[in-house]
Design a protein around this ligand. Structure first.
Ligand code: SAM
Length: 212
């Protein structure tokens, strides 16, 4: 993703505290206060411009969603979509995924989505992949027992690496698809990257991995 500085992005984020949670550490262990209900919470790590979570939040009003995105220049586009749709079950956090333990306690989250995560193809950058074992530990520490990660990518190398990483971590792999768009999976909500890559004829890989 090309990252340009977007002038005014910080001011825009600051103007919508009802959608962008500025002080997420305050809600660790009590996210019900934000949503004013105790529906399950699903998070997407690396949410980008937000198309996936906006679609999911519209499709599933009884699930609360939180999008995690590092870059202000990117999350501001997710904010624009959220302002337009005014969804009560979606919030955004402009934070680094490596800090998730500061914001979520064990059991706060019921499901993690990873969609089209940056592949970091060089071996020396493997630790930055969002399916590296240290990230799997971070997700385990905020998920309910036997929580799940749902993962999609166009990148075969990252997919193969991630299947191995999930499996070496002791997770149970479910519904592994090597061609999601030509599978019998129903209710798929496309992300921005998914639309872009599938338009180019690229295959989409998907799997679900469950902690045991
Ligand atoms: N999920 C979106 C999609 O499928 O269209 C965006 C995919 S984009 C390739 C990956 C996104 O993950 C980028 O927006 C990037 O800024 C974000 N990201 C990467 N590492 C992150 C981290 N450590 N914490 C939060 N976001 C991160």
């Amino acid at each position: 993703m090309r990252l340009r500085n977007k002038p005014g992005a910080q001011e825009r984020l600051d103007s919508y505290p009802q959608y962008i949670i500025a002080n997420p550490a305050e809600y660790k262990g009590k996210w019900q206060e934000v949503f004013e209900n105790d529906h399950p919470i699903h998070i997407e790590v690396g949410t980008g411009k937000g198309q996936f979570l906006v679609g999911m939040a519209k499709q599933n009003p009884h699930i609360n969603y939180i999008g995690i995105e590092l870059y202000k220049s990117v999350i501001v586009s997710a904010l624009d979509k959220l302002i337009e749709e005014d969804l009560p079950n979606l919030r955004l956090l402009n934070v680094d995924a490596s800090e998730l333990g500061d914001y979520f306690a064990k059991g706060d989250v019921s499901q993690v989505y990873l969609n089209f995560s940056d592949p970091w193809p060089k071996v020396r950058h493997a630790k930055r992949r969002l399916t590296y074992k240290t990230f799997l530990k971070l997700y385990e520490d905020l998920l309910i027992n036997q929580g799940e990660i749902h993962f999609k990518t166009d990148n075969q190398g990252l997919f193969e690496y991630s299947l191995t990483s999930f499996s070496e971590y002791g997770m149970l792999l479910k519904y592994v698809s090597l061609d999601l768009h030509n599978s019998d999976f129903e209710g798929n909500v496309m992300t921005e990257y998914e639309e872009r890559f599938s338009r180019k004829g690229q295959r989409i890989y998907r799997c679900e991995a469950k902690y045991q």
